[in-house]
Design a protein around this ligand. Structure first.
Ligand code: PGA
Length: 255
């Protein structure tokens, strides 16, 4: 059951910010597990006024292509390389993802920034490569616990976006999706309060435009999604742990 604030309704109707619920499966699910999830998930009716996306590991993308064709569930990858081809051992290009029918790609997730040396500069290169390939990039930003304790969250996120979004036209800004994911809330069970999230989404809104969708990510669950989605600048969610079981994720999708 949706209870929308007037501001949220206005954002949907006036700026056409269609709610987007995206699963980030991270390093989870074999092909057999992905198939099981998708078959169960597709048995449910999905509310028609929203977009749903599954971002799986590379190895399940062809299974997604096979099973999600003709459905209203989109899919994509969790990373890619901005170069077209070449000597980049272990990397995947936009062409390769296009061949698998992907429409979305997550860029700059905090786990990749932490473990794979992703920087605001590489995020910047990937956003342009993703837009060139007609993908919807889901660009992740967010502060650490120490940065929040030091009250640095606004400057941290502003700086991440300043570099990442440098040179994007207004039209390109309308096509990207930004995900605000406070690192202290990812996989910890500790969610930002709707007020904390809205405060940061309003900061992000100033660096994008009224058509850009801004997702919240960090311990989103069936029981906290409604409150989050009522906020004026929260246009959807990027969901990790609670997207792994179809019965949880469908509740989030149909909040
Ligand atoms: P979580 O992960 O929902 O498990 O906190 C979110 C994310 O990392 O995208």
């Amino acid at each position: 059951m949706i209870i929308l604030s007037i501001k949220r309704l206005y954002a949907i109707l006036y700026f056409m910010r269609i709610p987007l619920l995206a699963a980030n499966w991270k390093m989870n699910k074999t092909n057999a597990e992905a198939e099981d999830f998708i078959q169960k998930f597709l048995k449910n009716e999905i509310n028609s006024d929203r977009e749903v996306v599954l971002c799986g590991p590379y190895t399940v993308l062809s299974k997604m292509q096979e099973l999600l064709a003709g459905t209203k569930v989109g899919y994509g990858a969790q990373n890619f390389h901005w170069e077209e081809s070449g000597a980049y051992t272990g990397e995947i290009s936009a062409d390769m993802l296009q061949e698998l029918g992907c429409s979305y790609v997550i860029i700059g997730h905090s786990e990749r920034r932490r473990d794979n040396n992703e920087t605001d500069e590489t995020v910047h290169s990937k956003i342009f490569a993703a837009l060139d390939a007609d993908f919807v990039p889901i660009v992740c930003v967010g502060e650490s616990l120490i940065q929040r304790k030091n009250n640095e969250m606004v400057t941290v996120v502003e700086n991440q976006l300043k570099v990442a979004l440098d040179g994007l036209s207004n039209e390109q800004l309308s096509k990207i999706v930004v995900a605000y994911e406070p690192i202290w809330a990812i996989g910890t069970g500790e969610t930002a309060t709707p007020e904390q999230a809205q405060e940061m989404h309003a900061v992000i809104r100033k660096q994008v435009n009224e058509e850009t969708r801004i997702l919240y990510g960090g311990s989103v669950k069936p029981d906290n999604v409604v409150e989050l989605m009522q906020q004026a600048d929260i246009d959807g969610a990027l969901v990790g742990g609670a997207s792994l079981k179809s019965e949880d994720f469908i509740q989030i999708v149909n909040y």
